[in-house]
Write a protein that binds this ligand. Structure first.
Ligand SMILES: [Zn+2]
Ligand SMILES: [Zn+2]
Length: 533
């Protein structure tokens, strides 16, 4: 194949032959192109070797070629032109656009016919699939844009660009879309080219030789240059739009606001994440259902407990201490109900007494005696029994003087009543808590004429201290000799059974617990004369 026209003819014929010219490197440089053009001319014209450097030969050739070109142009313009375009010679030669209009229209129609044929021939090259029904192709009478602007070029037809009547139509190649070929079909948001897409891409997509390209719906046709066919201005401005879509496709779906812009890969990732969330929510729902069932079961247990307590509130001793134990040990409703039933049946008694209950029981014991404390111990209040309060009743440990006036007995009683003591909760307490004044009161109180057995000291108590020294001993021991001796002494009148008790009591001058506490109790017969006799 030889060149059809000469490039820079003056320079071509002035080019000197280059012995190092390599035809394989012809199009690498301008000098190579000139050498190749000259070699073609020599081959076509049959120039022999010695004429290749003959300047006169080429000068004559240029002259002859100029003459021939002038004659051909004259014939076409002045004689063949009016026949071809059906116009007068004046119209063909006129520079007025109005007079050349009929001819231009014919030329344009001729261009369009050529373009349509060219497109049909190159359809497979510019589109993905085989040609569609030819009836869908654009006819010269149809609009330049038979499809809406959002029509994806992946469909069969390429919309015809608006025709510029001033030049020949060349299909515009559009601009290449730089995309990873391995992931293009999974990462490109093809739905943007759907006719029903919410966010339509501002360009049409073409796949040419496996390379995606973008072409504007308002494409003006390709621009023919020396380097080849270049995209039109409309298509060239699509770079920014393509970059926006490419940048959006590279981001994670979480950073894309509208799901209509997501690609296949992004949608798949979103589905995976959403599926995980759904599974998590499903598990959470199952957990909540199980928790609800447990809560409903517990609620029924609490309701049963509430009904039982409400119906037997007067016969569950002592309910308040039982509930205190339940709270302290973390009992379930079922266990509380079980212990309530045991308490109701008299088989369980909570013994976690409070200090107030112990104090109340001691007071009742002092006021009402053993019978009162027994009755209250078996009542709904279940106060502590006498044995329970005994360690707290210090006056039970008071030591009466039965064999004489001894300081050790009085000091022991003072320590018992006024020394440090431990409360129910285990805290040490001083009575009174600060130093203060004290009052000692001494008086006699009437007593039954009885002789009592003092278990702690194994002694007989009740003899008058004035004359008890007449007895050898008041200890009982293992036989009855001391008892018999005491009986004989009482009968003789040397020793008396006391009718009164001489009591010395101490009270401290403080705001609380200021009652008189007995520290000395001595039986007396008030027959002092016998002492001095
Ligand atoms: Zn274009
Ligand atoms: Zn006496």
């Amino acid at each position: 194949m030889k060149a059809l026209w000469l490039r820079n003819k003056t320079r071509a014929f002035k080019t000197q032959p280059d012995d190092d010219y390599n035809r394989l490197e012809r199009f690498d440089t301008t000098a190579g192109k000139d050498q190749g053009q000259r070699a073609d001319l020599c081959e076509v014209l049959g120039v022999v070797e010695h004429e290749k450097s003959d300047e006169l030969f080429f000068r004559q050739f240029r002259f002859d070629m100029g003459e021939q070109r002038s004659q051909i142009a004259n014939r076409i313009r002045r004689k063949a032109g009016p026949e071809i375009f059906d116009c007068t010679k004046q119209d063909l030669l006129s520079r007025s656009s109005q007079s050349r209009k009929p001819m231009r229209e014919r030329v344009c129609d001729f261009e369009m016919i050529l373009s349509s044929h060219e497109r049909l021939e190159t359809h497979d090259e510019w589109n993905l699939g085989p040609p569609s029904n030819p009836s869908q192709q654009v006819t010269p009478q149809a609009s330049a844009h038979p499809f809406p602007s959002s029509t994806p070029v992946l469909s069969r037809s390429v919309p015809l660009p608006p025709r510029d009547p001033s030049r020949l139509f060349v299909p515009c190649p559009g601009i290449p879309i730089e995309w990873d070929a391995h992931t293009f079909y999974t990462t490109y948001p093809f739905q943007l080219h759907s006719p029903n897409a919410k966010n339509c891409a501002p360009y049409d997509l073409m796949i040419v030789s496996g390379i995606p390209r973008a072409r504007s719906p308002q494409c003006l046709g390709g621009i023919v240059t020396i380097e080849g066919i270049q995209p039109c201005a409309k298509c060239s401005r699509l770079t920014l739009d393509v970059n926006i879509i490419r940048g959006r496709a590279a981001r994670s779906f979480e950073h894309i606001r509208d799901h209509n812009d997501l690609s296949s890969d992004q949608l798949r990732a979103k589905v995976t994440v959403v599926k995980d969330k759904v599974n998590t929510l499903r598990l959470k729902k199952l957990d909540l259902e199980v928790s609800l069932q447990r809560a409903q079961a517990r609620l029924s247990e609490w309701i049963e407990l509430f009904h039982f307590i409400g119906q037997n509130s007067g016969s569950i001793p002592p309910l308040h201490r039982l509930l205190g134990n339940a709270e302290k040990e973390g009992w379930s409703a079922t266990k509380i109900l079980e212990y309530c039933r045991l308490a109701h049946a008299g088989q369980y008694t909570a013994r976690n007494y409070t200090q107030a209950e112990i104090d109340l029981a001691m007071l009742i014991y002092e006021l009402g005696g053993a019978g009162a404390i027994y009755a209250l111990n078996h009542s709904i209040f279940a106060l502590p029994s006498r044995n329970t309060i005994q360690p707290y009743r210090r006056q039970l440990n008071l030591l009466p003087s039965v064999s004489g006036l001894r300081f050790t007995d009085i000091f022991r009683n003072i320590t018992t009543l006024f020394g440090p003591r431990t409360r129910h909760e285990g805290e040490a307490e001083l009575l009174p808590p600060v130093k203060c004044g004290h009052t000692v009161s001494v008086d006699e109180v009437a007593a039954d004429r009885n002789i009592d057995l003092m278990h702690e000291t194994d002694e007989m108590g009740g003899f008058c201290l004035e004359h008890v020294s007449k007895l050898e001993t008041v200890k009982i021991g293992k036989d009855l000799r001391s008892v018999e001796a005491a009986v004989a002494a009482v009968k003789e009148g040397t020793v008396h059974v006391a009718q009164e008790i001489c009591v010395a009591a101490i009270s401290h001058l403080y705001g609380t617990d200021y009652g008189a506490k007995p520290v000395y109790m001595g039986p007396t017969c008030k027959k002092y004369d016998l002492i001095y006799r």
